[in-house]
Design a protein around this ligand. Structure first.
Ligand code: AMP
Length: 436
């Protein structure tokens, strides 16, 4: 089977790595990929995964490539090509592709759509309002005492959510999006949500248009600095499982969120095939959904796929074919953790082109996998090529041992200006202390 993976980050490296282990795969390409992806080999025949220089949003070229190579399955990593309708385009040409179509991808590409859907179908979420006009938006923010999240409707490179703790901040956020139009068309409308207090966790569910299968829990670390300080980032680390929800509570949260979601999709004629990834806050009144993503999280993918025991090709095929009800997802009992090494300046002004040292040594460490994100091969050397550079991922019998192993691997890798958070997974220990 021939596979094309679209994207170039740590999530896509993890997808490629896991798909490459499948005995079904005889050829694989990644567009555009990165230096780590180019180093992967297929288990079936030892062939290299080939990176092709086509951007993840260049839909016509991706289509032409898939047709030319007679690709059997295309796997879409990032949100933008999904929002642009890559799945509809490929399906119209009779090509198999994994991911939600344009209508289904609206759960992520339009916050207004997602919020209205949650309210219509009784999915627990924050109190909210949708606005096109600054004056009424300010009044609503006032009714929340200014403690709120102001969100641009459309995709804004992960920057369209402004968290406000006072009325002055809320007014500033509303003006920035609706009046000064800092996010362009993505900010034509806004959603304002009450600020929710509690622990934030990620849920992932694999869907096939009828069935949604919940993954174990994981937790991302969005802020740049230890103790959840500093700027918001794409994610500085993740671990799975988390101690914040028991198996029973997870199943309960899944029921409260996924059952109405599946019903709503059926009622609205939405056929969602892919990953639904709701961002959740565990409030004192139960789990509430902040937002939906319509693809795998990054770096959650890295921890999930190192724990998944199924053949990923078979799993994604079942999602495309609508046969997930016949499949059990099997997860290793090991814990997994991913610590992101980022470039100097990330998430603001990123410095690139620094030589990365120590990768060869870490390749030999058992239970450690280094997933590449912003890396490139220049003159035979792996150099930094983005904000998030590497995801050092390790397995252990528990989070503590996985974490020790990940940080000991990380100590062996270096590049100028590298920084990481030192507290990935620590919330799990604090929680355990409280429970004990
Ligand atoms: P989103 O892109 O909607 O997930 O927002 C980005 C981040 O902002 C989330 O991961 C949360 O940490 C935070 N956030 C968003 N909405 C809220 C809310 N209503 N209450 C508290 N925090 C929020």
């Amino acid at each position: 089977m021939k596979i094309l993976v679209i994207g170039s980050g740590g999530r896509e490296h993890a997808l490629v790595w896991k798909l490459a282990q499948s005995p079904h795969v005889s050829a694989m390409w990644c567009a555009p990929g990165n230096a780590g992806i180019a180093g992967e080999r297929l288990a079936k025949n030892g062939a290299a995964v080939e990176c092709v220089k086509i951007g993840a949003e260049d839909l016509p070229k991706l289509l032409a490539f898939a047709e030319d190579k007679k690709v059997d399955l295309t796997v879409v990593g990032p949100d933008n090509p999904l929002a642009l309708g890559i799945v509809d385009l490929f399906e119209a040409k009779g090509l198999r592709i994994w991911g939600p179509n344009k209508k289904a991808a609206q759960f992520e590409s339009s916050k207004v759509f997602a919020q209205a859907f949650m309210e219509k179908y009784g999915i627990p979420t924050a109190r909210s309002g949708t606005f096109e006009e600054a004056k009424t938006a300010r009044q609503f923010a006032g009714s929340l005492g200014g403690r709120c999240a102001v969100k641009a409707d459309g995709l804004a490179l992960g920057k369209g959510v402004l968290i406000c703790s006072s009325l002055r901040e809320a007014q500033e956020a509303i003006d920035e999006i609706l009046v000064r139009k800092s996010f362009g068309a993505a900010g034509g409308r806004i959603v304002i949500q009450e600020f929710l207090e509690g622990t934030e966790i990620s849920l992932h569910a694999l869907c096939d248009g009828k069935t949604a299968k919940l993954f174990p829990t994981s937790q991302d670390h969005k802020r740049a600095l230890d103790g959840d300080q500093g700027l918001n980032t794409g994610g500085m680390g993740a671990y799975s499982p988390t101690p914040f929800l028991s198996e029973t509570q997870l199943a309960e949260a899944g029921r409260e969120i996924l059952e109405p979601w599946v019903r709503g999709c059926a009622a609205e004629g939405i056929v969602f095939k892919g990953i639904l990834y709701p961002g959740i806050i565990l409030t004192k009144d139960g789990p509430k959904v902040l937002e939906f993503n319509a693809r795998f999280g990054d770096p959650e993918t890295q921890v999930y796929l190192t724990r998944l025991e199924n053949d990923l090709v078979e799993v994604l095929e079942a999602s495309v074919a609508g046969t997930l009800d016949k499949m059990d997802l099997k997860w290793s009992l090991m814990a997994s953790i991913c610590v992101v090494m980022a470039s100097a300046g990330y998430p603001a002004n990123v410095v690139k082109g620094k030589v990365i040292r120590g990768l060869d040594e870490v390749v030999r460490m058992p239970d450690v996998k280094v997933f590449h994100a912003g890396t490139a091969m220049v003159g035979g050397q792996v150099v930094t090529n983005g904000g998030r550079v590497l995801g050092i991922t390790a397995l252990g019998t528990d989070i503590r041992s996985a974490r020790e192993l990940a940080y000991s691997a990380l100590e062996r890798i270096s590049f100028d200006g590298a920084h990481c958070r030192r507290d990935i997974g620590e919330k799990a220990f604090q929680r355990e202390k409280v429970q004990n």
